[in-house]
Design a protein around this ligand. Sequence first.
Ligand SMILES: [Zn+2]
Length: 448
Amino acid sequence: MSILTTAIGLAKKAKHALKDEIDKRTPVYLSPVRRIERVKTNHRVCAMTFDDGPMALPASPDHFDGKPLTLVLLETLERHNAKGTFDIVGDTSGNYPDSAGKHGSATWGGIAYDHYPDIDKDHFGGAVNCPQLVERILKGGHQITNHTYSHVLFGKKPLVYGGRKHMDSLDEVVYDLSRLDELLYNRYDYKIKFMRPPHYVDKISGGFSSYDACAVMDYQYLAASFDGAGWLPCKTYEEEVEATWRPIEAALAKDPDALCGQIIFQKDGYNMARRTPIADGLEKALEILDSYGYKVVTVEELMNYSPFEDLGADDPLFDAAFWLLDHDYTIVYRNNKLLLDAPLTRGELAMMIFGNSSVDRRVDIIKGNRRFRISDVDPTHPYSGAIDLAIENGGMRTVAGRFSPNSVLNAANFQAICRNIYGRTPDISGPITHRTAIEVLAKMEGIE
Ligand SMILES: [Zn+2]
């Protein structure tokens, strides 16, 4: 193992340890918006996502006769019959006044904002300025997702980007996302279905998060499970190129199925050292994937293998879960897992049945446009809207002003709620888990 691989490995390990620690402390909620990192499948399929493009400037260093970077990536993908997912921006030319930070640092492209492909070169990037590249992406059958119009942070990120400007409200975030969404729809007849927030900053002022923004836009949250290292500056360009494919090779040498269902993160733009190693590294990465029989598909196609991270198409419960998901039941947690053996709480049942239709209601409750007086549920709680609807339409009740969202549901409660909503009483007993709930709800809907 080279020193480089070891260094990347250590950096990633530290990052993962931190993420695991955060995950442990973060409660997970059922949500109409799921954070898609990978899906469960035994097939050798994976997806590759390219952030921050399109970019009309050539690769750096340029080994492609001045061709725009995005076109280099597209042609490389197509030589391998691979489909890419491009997380594009709209236009960063409004992000001024600004000046560049230190070359090679996180603020290389701007202290107050990001600029793509570079500061003072905004007109060479983004969907607004590169219509031919957008057209070319779509013509090749690749996918486009919303990486925001302006790439301005949704909220504060004090550690890395303390000096950064950020958006001030959910309305501002939704307006920004809508601008790119409408551009793609009006000009290319293309409906975007996923969003990836700039630098994965989720917290939005006023008690909202990226998940609310996605819910309002009817998007899913696109993350990634495998870092392609395209953002990472190394000592030399050769090391950077190696970093884009070596971890893929290492993972597959250890386990040929390691990348099944994974989403690989890459960049359609400069790294912090203003180089584009992916331009030369992608060919090799795809050769390796080819040699193991992997098909690189769009994220949308990947999710046809299974939309869930912990339930594959071969599981007996898959069809029922898939049907409920497809019919607006909120049966999946934000981390895209079903956690089938977890006990079902009252708040979760309200969310399962009313979550998808509660998006506007929740926004109204948080903004104070609608009265919400349940003493043990905060208006900003992810289930506030669904609980309000469940009380109104589902026969779920408060006792002395309390809803007890965290108390585990018993069979008699669940039967009463089914009677109210579906007019039938399911035959159940014992503790209710998420598995039981999915089976019962599918049965109530006539799906066996
Ligand atoms: Zn970005």
